[in-house]
Design a protein around this ligand. Structure first.
Ligand code: ACO
Length: 162
């Protein structure tokens, strides 16, 4: 499994990866409007941590970092149906933690988790208790119904990918 972070930078290979990831999100997140998925995935402010297996994308996490606010917002997270529960979702999240902390110096992740994904996020160290000061995130992340806001405080000391 290869895990790497890409964005819409004009590179054709990255474009193909992002389209494949868009299809996975569209299928796995049926309540999300497809146009909204496309808009965020190809938006310059968003990046995607992707998992590649046998030359194709099998899952990913799309996120946006607010550097001055010190956090990244996870917009979408999914693994293709046939590759779920093999640990790839965990590996993606661990790479994202390492990447966002080292590259962007963020201390927290925030997300609106679908109710059926709350268990996955708890296993990734997220909590429903939001400790990051409200003024740091309010007005920055999009409020949306049908989800539970969750936070993960990153440790400065541990390596997430060893
Ligand atoms: N509820 C509870 N626990 C879960 C869930 C779930 N929906 N999914 C996985 N887990 C558990 C696994 O059993 C595993 O537990 P273990 O470590 O005790 O064995 C642990 O979480 C990690 O499992 P992975 O194999 O690493 O997770 P996977 O590769 O299947 O990816 C994911 C998890 C991304 C949630 C995947 O199942 C998926 O794509 N689901 C459908 C789409 C979805 O719900 N995405 C999240 C929506 S919210 C958002 O995008 C912001």
């Amino acid at each position: 499994l290869i895990i790497k972070c890409i964005h819409n930078d004009g590179d054709v290979e990255n474009l193909v990866w992002l389209i494949t990831l868009k299809n996975i999100f569209a299928k796995q997140l049926p309540n999300m409007p497809k146009e909204y998925i496309v808009r965020l995935l190809f938006d310059m402010k968003h990046e995607s941590m992707i998992a590649i297996k046998g030359g194709t994308v099998v899952g990913g996490i799309t996120f946006r970092t607010f550097i001055r606010q010190g956090f990244s917002e996870i917009a979408f997270c999914a693994v293709t149906a046939t590759e779920q529960v093999k640990g790839y979702g965990t590996r993606l999240m661990n790479h994202l933690k390492e990447f966002a902390r080292e590259r962007h110096k963020v201390t927290h992740f925030l997300t609106y988790a679908d109710n059926n994904a709350v268990g996955y996020f708890i296993k990734q160290g997220f909590s429903k208790e939001i400790l990051l000061e409200r003024e740091k995130w309010h007005g920055y992340i999009k409020d949306y119904d049908g989800g539970t806001m969750m936070e993960c405080a990153l440790s400065a000391a541990i390596s997430y990918t060893d």
